[in-house]
Write a protein that binds this ligand. Structure first.
Ligand code: MBD
Ligand code: FE
Length: 302
């Protein structure tokens, strides 16, 4: 069976393009690339042409997510897997391939209704070294682990699990059982992986206002997490989850509000995917809940 190999790219729709340019470059450290399209600009994190497309005049939510497969044979195999699952997919035309800057792509929606793309052959621009938008100690950690991870909306987590497993070839399980404060209910989020990154996508199992709850990006130097955290505090950007260490990926991270009102998680030091299921009832340390309204008010404390 063909399997996706990485979370390759993300498209987001935004209302305030100027705020996003400032946030992505001066707060986060990404490289803003404007090629004069007028309706969009790009964010670079490594030697790919871009990892994130920022579409202007959007609705402050995710527009699409792109999953990579290894090459043309896996791409064709993926079409057969989608057919077998009864998924209504569309082959992109030349114009769309050019716009995404990949050799080939197809489009469909996942069980949660999230616009999803399978692609192979991203445009890699090794001649154009990554240039951070502001000072950084290190670099963004992409490589075999892809962009990072995100939490996507699903109405039926079990259905989503089956789809991402049986059709996209990922693996995962429930990784936390957390009591929901003030109720006798338990939140049991599911985390999925497709490479050495602990998880590339997760499903909360709780109602979400937007298609995406957060995007996680990782850096290879711990001081960049602290440096970024200081910038976030100085600019009074909301911190939804304070610095702490997750139990599943053992990453030091914190979560900040972006100009579209959803979260970006900034982290360092994750361990690699364990490839065997485990579950946790608390994080290692920290991760106290602070700013509310981002759908991330879960106390991950023992
Ligand atoms: C994560 O990356 C995360 O976002 C949550 C909520 C729990 C564990 C790891
Ligand atoms: Fe996360």
């Amino acid at each position: 069976m063909a399997k996706v190999t990485e979370f390759g790219y993300l498209g987001i729709g935004v209302k305030d393009g100027d705020a996003w340019r400032e946030f992505a470059s001066q707060v986060v450290g990404m490289e803003v690339l404007d090629e004069g399209d007028g309706d969009r600009f790009y964010l670079r994190m490594d030697d790919w042409h871009h990892r994130i497309v920022v579409n202007l005049h959007g609705d402050d939510d995710m527009d699409f997510i792109g999953w990579r497969v290894a090459g043309p044979d896996e791409f064709d195999e993926m079409k057969r897997q989608l057919d077998a699952a009864g998924v209504d997919w569309k082959q992109a035309d030349g114009e769309e391939r050019k716009e995404r800057m990949v050799l080939d792509l197809l489009k469909f929606t996942d069980p949660g209704g999230n616009p999803t793309e399978i692609f192979h052959g991203p445009r890699v621009e090794a001649f154009l070294p990554f240039h951070p938008g502001r000072r950084m100690y290190g670099r963004f950690l992409t490589g075999a682990g892809g962009v990072g991870h995100c939490i996507l909306r699903q109405h039926d987590v079990q259905k989503a699990y089956r789809f991402y497993t049986d059709v996209l070839g990922m693996r995962g399980s429930v990784e936390y059982n957390l009591p929901i404060p003030g109720t006798d209910m338990t939140a049991s989020p599911v985390f999925m992986h497709c490479n050495e990154r602990d998880h590339s996508v997760a499903f909360l199992g709780a109602p979400m206002e937007k298609r995406i709850n957060h995007l996680m990006i990782e850096v290879d130097n711990m001081d960049d997490v602290g440096y970024t955290y200081d910038i976030v505090r100085k600019r009074k950007i909301p911190v939804a989850i304070q610095p702490g260490k997750h139990s599943n990926d053992r990453m030091w991270s914190f979560y900040m509000g972006n100009p579209s009102g959803w979260l970006w998680e900034y982290g360092w030091g994750a361990r690699k995917a364990t490839h065997q299921s485990e579950y946790y009832v608390a994080d290692v340390w920290g991760h106290g809940v602070e700013a509310s309204g981002f759908g991330m008010d879960l106390e991950m404390k023992a």
